[in-house]
Design a protein around this ligand. Sequence first.
Ligand SMILES: NC(=O)c1ccc[n+]([C@@H]2O[C@H](COP(=O)([O-])OP(=O)(O)OC[C@H]3O[C@@H](n4cnc5c(N)ncnc54)[C@H](OP(=O)(O)O)[C@@H]3O)[C@@H](O)[C@H]2O)c1
Length: 398
Amino acid sequence: MSAPLTRTALRTVSTAPRRVSARMMSLATRAAPRVSPSTAVPRVAMQVRGMKTLDFAGTPEKVYEREDWPLEKLQDYFKDETFALLGYGSQGHGQGLNLRDNGLNVIVGVRKDGESWRQAEADGWVPGKNLFSIEEAATKGTILMNLLSDAAQTSTWPHLKEYVTPGKTLYFSHGFSIVYKDQTHVVPPENVDVILCAPKGSGRTVRTLFKEGRGINSSVAVFQDVTGRALEKAVAIGIAVGSGYIYETTFQKEVFSDLYGERGCLMGGIQGMFKAQYDVLRAHGHSPSEAFNETCEEALESLYPLIAQNGMDYMYKACSTTARRGALDWAPEFEAACKPVFERLYQSVKDGSETRRALEFGSRKTYREDYDRETDAIADQEMWRVGHVVRGLRPNRK
Ligand SMILES: NC(=O)c1ccc[n+]([C@@H]2O[C@H](COP(=O)([O-])OP(=O)(O)OC[C@H]3O[C@@H](n4cnc5c(N)ncnc54)[C@H](OP(=O)(O)O)[C@@H]3O)[C@@H](O)[C@H]2O)c1
């Protein structure tokens, strides 16, 4: 168990930037549970022209913050550029509206008969003014933001590559198309900057956090640097699309960790774990409401927000000693049981199997309906039907 936050620890972090101090002050003044040093935001070790190297539990990493890119600086930096959003799914919506609200010159390119065209019009993009076909937008844009679905990036590339001409920048929000080039055949010309900014969350969250004055965390990477400014540009775009802070990665690390994470703890793993626990409770005669509350509702409404605020130890300390004892004893069991699955999953990402499957599925003409069928089947599971009723009982929903 780590020690509670000591005066020395508090003194140390008080030399960090204002943001950190404010957070630590609020932690320090909170009565219970006591917060350990491990919950502190990493301390600034070095600061070079806005880029900071932070100490992440012993490993130094570079981080870029929004404070380094005030709006006037962003607007000046991009005054001669036209952002062309190619695709208007969740990321197109979030990144596009944030760019527009930041006063930058942005246009949208989507296919005219598609759902995205309708959604873009609903968001106020005007045909002929800032809403075009993919080809028109790719012609007019100087920063081509390839936010088509990963499968569509593959199928449209033979045609789209004609528009990636010298002087333009090719931008992605995923390393997928570039890294798995053997399957996607996306090979950019050598005379353009190729960069990515990958927000670590849904495009919807990119938008809501921006509107709340907050910002999502994102990673940036450079695949090709022709101008010598590719990294700087990636960071600036990252801030312009709504990131609060940004860390550096490579295209390969980004796509490996992203595909792995969403299949694991972020989405696939969480549904699998919830379902297994719920089903065992039901098989032992627990009522649906009890099984749901002890599996999902308490997690989502009470305990996970505590982890988000101050870490796992903070959540443990906020729970009873009985709960803490059992959780401490059983966590290693779950870790051991899950680790081989995670190893297998990582291999499946690394050897391209996950990409093959995503491309096959995403290239179907009926991809939207096919995905909906499977997610609707989750909604139809008893656990989530119960969840619907339980959520309706939350006083703030009434
Ligand atoms: N969503 C996330 O949480 C997230 C987070 C970080 C990064 N990313 C990355 O961001 C990029 C965009 O993802 P997304 O989730 O915003 O979008 P998405 O839902 O995967 O893709 C939607 C867009 O692709 C278009 N599209 C699909 N098939 C097409 C085809 N054959 N021809 C032309 N357009 C086609 C759709 O247009 P129609 O409506 O016309 O079909 C729509 O505009 C991806 O690289 C993704 O990996 C996503």
